[in-house]
Write a protein that binds this ligand. Structure first.
Ligand SMILES: [Zn+2]
Length: 84
């Protein structure tokens, strides 16, 4: 029956349009090119991150919260070392 092909053609067109509309939505989520903090993985505006290029040439980013946590850990370690 010729109308079966018409039904398949319409269904195929709907599937193609559905896939295209999904694809067009995706780039908006992937468009966030802000750097991630290398410790917690959260994306920040570059002005909010401390940036350090290491010997290998790779650039590391650190957010204020992670720097505070690292500093607190360092202070606690030094206090512990001084106490023994
Ligand atoms: Zn962080």
């Amino acid at each position: 029956m010729w109308f079966h092909w018409l039904v398949y053609a319409v269904l195929g067109a709907i599937v193609v349009l559905a896939i295209r509309s999904r694809r067009s939505e995706r780039p908006s989520r992937d468009r966030d090119r802000r750097p991630r903090c290398n410790v917690c993985g959260t994306r920040f505006d570059p002005s909010l991150l401390v940036e350090r290029e290491v010997i290998s040439g790779y650039t590391y980013y650190f957010c204020d919260a992670c720097i505070d946590a690292l500093q607190a850990e360092s202070v606690a370690r030094r206090k512990g070392a001084a106490g023994t």
